[in-house]
Design a protein around this ligand. Structure first.
Ligand SMILES: [Zn+2]
Length: 154
């Protein structure tokens, strides 16, 4: 094949610092990346998919949920992952955006906390050895929803 781009990547095998399930929404990507770095998650196994933790909390179908669980299983198996970050975000289109909550960010955050807790329970039921943390991303930072004291982090 013709080389069309040069970039040196580390070829060594790695142990993942965490498996991270988050939405593919581009608006939250930079905050998510910076947050992971701040948390020392330098080698995440990123599972980036529409809705993020929604795929476990309120999957559209069994296939969606099972596919994500299989990705987690592979992260554990291939990269000896011992913790997981579950993430969802404000104005996520898979929930109908902020409009689905009447524009009420507080109402939306409460709903997402419940979603994240349900996703965490499913992960814990399937992978009891994993440490699971849940985070809700808004347009001004990232909020711990479970696994830590509830506080504004960024
Ligand atoms: Zn989204």
């Amino acid at each position: 094949m013709e080389k069309v781009f040069h970039f040196d990547s580390p070829p060594e095998p790695y142990i993942a610092d965490a498996a991270v399930l988050c939405c593919f929404d581009q608006r939250i990507r930079q905050a998510t990346n910076k947050f992971l770095q701040r948390r020392g998650i330098l080698r995440p196994d990123m599972i980036v998919i529409a809705g993020g933790a929604k795929t476990l909390a309120s999957p559209r179908n069994d296939f969606e949920r099972d596919f994500i669980l299989e990705q987690v299983r592979m992260s554990i198996h291939l990269h000896r992952t011992t913790r997981m970050f579950l993430m969802s975000h404000s104005d996520c289109a898979t929930y109908g955006g902020l409009a689905a909550f009447g524009g009420d960010t507080q109402h939306e955050a409460i709903h997402h906390r419940g979603e994240l807790e349900r996703a965490a329970e499913l992960v814990k039921a399937n992978f009891p050895e994993l440490v699971v943390d849940c985070f809700f991303v808004t347009f001004d930072g990232i909020h711990a929803a479970k696994g830590e004291m509830e506080k504004k982090i960024v």
